[in-house]
Design a protein around this ligand. Structure first.
Ligand code: NAP
Length: 461
């Protein structure tokens, strides 16, 4: 990404070529957008039926434009085309479920006569739009994570202004154009790309922006939470997702799934499988199954149909991840495959003999690296999985129901998956973290609740 006059020039992370330009916004643009959004909300609110119809139309149009949107994602994020198309399909799902929420949104009756003072009264709640929403989004899902903010905002009746990641702003603009085509009045979804220190701060600081929904890194997220003490602030942040493989679990399926889940979009997913704890009894078999699959991943140009893994978002990130791998090997880890830079790519890497204090275990790698540690005792494995400041999703492979229930109750995460990788997500489920990983749940049903206020109405007839 670079700036030229009033344009932000977007470059392919894979080969550095220019892939597009978008307007480079300013703090003044944010002020104007907020004023437009507020006026629209006050003078021409969208009826629930209109919101639902627009969301349904958008889901249909995104589906029709899947190929074009997939190519935009692949170009700006270096996400391999086949996974970029999946992201576009997921955005269809996000809008479809948001349309359902727009239709269902309602308050509830309050049992006011259950106390003596309420005798003869009638009470109920209304769920009203919270106000203008500011969305700040990361580079790794430039379409569907914008969709997870925009679709619920529309369903809730809130105009939204999105500041997309500077490396990947084009998908947010493409979505905007589709929504306008579907009848969304322009004030209801505005995109302002630009410097985080200017556009991001202007959104966070604006008194008429009532809710900030942020997806991105831990430190930035919590600093926004502190900066915007009087707003609602929803944070979807980082993670270093663990998976525990018991000897009674289907370790072959686990190997198969992890060979994808650790390396999809070069590991740049907040729930990328990063830490693997495998029982000693099956560790050799598991690794013998995993490593050839990882070596067989096709590495290269994101625009090629066969590519599985492409470039990290920047050469700086490529070098950082390689440095962490080298540091781990200097501390005793063994590289079973990858570990090297080839051209501008870091090869998919499996490390064995890691220890919890290594950065590849302790921090969020956000790169194509899976770190494997053996264990003998299940309780110890659960303790290791919990030994982190993050808490987004975790997983266990076991055939034993008691162990599965023990994991569900013990793992301190927003989501616990049994016989599935922690990287699995469907767009309607409640998704979000505890501890440093965040403070909210996304998924249209949950995000719509966050984006509304409950108003109590009491009637004395
Ligand atoms: P990031 O550096 O935190 O950036 C995210 C967004 O915040 C970008 O739009 C960025 O703008 C903006 N920003 C940066 N500093 C800001 C500030 N001080 N005030 C306001 N806005 C600011 O994160 P990223 O590198 O794009 O994304 C990777 C991170 O996101 C990882 O940690 C990953 O785990 C997390 N993530 C979490 C989820 C989830 O649902 N939990 C999903 C996906 C990703 P610029 O681009 O202009 O800097």
């Amino acid at each position: 990404m670079s700036t030229q006059h009033d344009e932000l020039v977007v470059h392919s992370p894979y080969d550095g070529t220019e892939v597009g330009r978008v307007p480079n916004g300013t703090g003044a643009d944010v002020d104007a957008a907020v004023a437009r959004a507020l006026a629209a909300m006050q003078t021409a609110p969208l009826a629930q039926s209109e919101r639902a119809a627009i969301l349904d139309a958008a889901a249909r149009r995104i589906g029709e434009e899947e190929e074009r949107l997939g190519r935009t994602i692949a170009a700006e994020a270096a996400k391999p085309l086949k996974t970029a198309r999946v992201e576009a399909q997921r955005a269809v799902s996000t809008f479809t479920f948001a349309a359902v929420e727009a239709r269902k949104l309602a308050g509830e009756m309050v049992p006011i006569e259950a106390s003596d003072v309420g005798a003869g009264k009638l009470a109920f709640t209304l769920q009203l739009p919270v106000g203008v929403v500011g969305g700040i989004t990361p580079f790794n899902f430039p379409l569907n994570l914008v969709a997870h903010k925009v679709a619920p905002a529309i369903a809730a009746g809130c105009p939204i202004i999105v500041k997309p990641a500077s490396q990947t702003p084009m998908s947010a603009f493409a979505l905007r154009d589709l929504l306008y085509e579907c009848g969304l009045p322009e004030a209801w979804y505005q995109v302002i790309a630009g410097k985080a220190s200017e556009v991001g701060n202007a959104l966070v600081d604006h008194p008429d922006v009532r809710l900030i929904t942020f997806t991105g890194s831990v430190d930035v997220g919590w600093s926004i939470r502190e900066r915007a003490a009087r707003k609602k602030v929803g944070l979807e942040l980082g993670n270093n997702a663990p998976v525990v493989i018991e000897p009674d679990g289907d370790w072959a399926t686990a190997a198969d799934k992890i060979s994808v889940a650790g390396f999809s979009h070069a590991g740049q997913s907040c729930i990328s499988t990063q830490r693997v704890y495998v029982h000693d009894d099956v560790a050799d078999d598991f690794l013998a199954a995993l490593v050839p699959k990882v070596e067989a991943l096709v590495v290269g140009d994101p625009m090629n149909e066969t590519t599985d893994v492409s470039a990290l978002i920047s050469t700086g990130d490529r070098d950082r991840v390689q440095e962490w791998v080298e540091e781990a090997t200097a501390q005793g880890a063994e590289v079973l495959c990858g570990g090297k830079v080839e051209g501008n790519l870091l090869l998919p890497t499996v490390l064995a003999n890691v220890t919890p204090d290594m950065r590849v275990c302790r921090d969020e790698v956000f790169g194509p690296v899976v770190a494997v540690q053996r264990y003998r005792d299940y309780e110890e494995a659960l303790r290791l999985a919990n030994d982190t400041r993050y808490g987004l999703q975790a997983a266990v492979f076991t055939a034993d129901l008691a162990k599965a229930v023990r994991a569900a109750r013990t793992l301190d995460y927003g989501g616990v998956l049994i016989n599935e990788v922690p990287t699995w997500r469907a767009d309607q489920m409640p998704y979000g973290g505890v501890r440093d990983s965040g403070n909210t749940r996304e998924g249209p049903a949950y995000a719509v609740r966050e984006m509304t206020e409950t108003r109590l109405v009491v009637i004395q007839p």
